[in-house]
Design a protein around this ligand. Sequence first.
Ligand SMILES: O=P(O)(O)OC[C@H]1O[C@H](O[C@H]2O[C@H](CO)[C@@H](O)[C@H](O)[C@H]2O)[C@H](O)[C@@H](O)[C@@H]1O
Length: 234
Amino acid sequence: MLDGAALFLDFDGTLVPLADTPDAVHVDDDLLSMLVRLRDRLDGRLAIVSGRSIATLRDLGFGDFLMSGTHGLEFAHPGEDVKAPPRLPAIDAVEAAFNDFVADKPGLLVERKSISVGLHFRGAPIWGEAAGALADLLARDHGLALQHGKMLYELRPGGADKGSALTALMQEAPMAGGIPVFIGDDVTDEEGFAAAAHLGGAGILVGTPRPTLASFSLEQVAAVRHYLMEGAAG
Ligand SMILES: O=P(O)(O)OC[C@H]1O[C@H](O[C@H]2O[C@H](CO)[C@@H](O)[C@H](O)[C@H]2O)[C@H](O)[C@@H](O)[C@@H]1O
């Protein structure tokens, strides 16, 4: 089924299971070597499209891959510099406000990212509503985009999403000419599903069924890995 595809892969919750904290995920060598084999079969048409920053994705082992990071704001080809907007002073102000908020609330976590900042409440779900209210207020005060995630609120510059990333990458080598297939699990992946469908391809939703713009589904990360492995083996 993947023959002819231009494959766009989300990271957290798609290639690796969700973990308690952002730093607790593990990328195994088997995953990386399988993705390399699959990319070879697809004549290079494989990209990682994540909410993570490209710096973090490179640290996790994806340095050799075409990538878009921070929900469509960053781009990088293997071995090349990251193309990204600058880190705004407003992001530093939000990070300071988030740090004040979490100071007396064990379990909450502030994730400093290259050009954005996340407030995680997986470790203290009781604070989810208050975290959302704060994130919403700060987004409006500072003119930033509020990105919803899984047990996460993230503030970032607007003007891009995973759909715009897919559309941009489809216009150039190596993705151009393929049929776009976007695999992801989160709400931030919905724009990717929509853009893939708009260009004649499709989205694949990972995880529990929900209203989605994806046309297909896979039930969990293990099923994604199996599906990709079969694609890599041909
Ligand atoms: O677009 P993705 O690759 O799925 O990245 C989205 C966000 O993923 C990370 O947060 C999520 O995964 C964490 C580790 O499993 C989990 O603890 C957290 O609850 C999830 O929301 C990452 O930390 C964010 O920066 C990404 O934006």
